[in-house]
Design a protein around this ligand. Sequence first.
Ligand SMILES: [Zn+2]
Length: 131
Amino acid sequence: MPSEIARALEARVEELKQRGGVCTLYAGVLENSYHSGRITLRPYMWRVGGRLASGQATPNGEMTLAREIDSLNVGLRTVDDVVWSMEHEAVHIALRVESTEWPREDGADSHVRACRRPRTDAEATRSTRGR
Ligand SMILES: [Zn+2]
């Protein structure tokens, strides 16, 4: 895994662990997959049936992510896009969220979005008290 992605992933796992709840739950899956070398980055997206996939995961924590969209480089994914995909796949594993066909959102993204939303003051206070 390229070091800029590894660094972003490690930082993200730490943030997620501090948020508690679902965020901490899928951070554990992410960390586990990462430390056991089960995260594979492919250079480009790949075809699954009639659509292009940028991420795929199996319940044992194995995940495959696309670094870029295609070889013509019309759509370079940022480091953050790739980490988002990792989080998305980790939610699938941690919460057993079913995948649905693109373009319908399958629910995993709503958890990732919630865990990326800046914390409100009330939430920050709660988590400080909990320590
Ligand atoms: Zn999904």
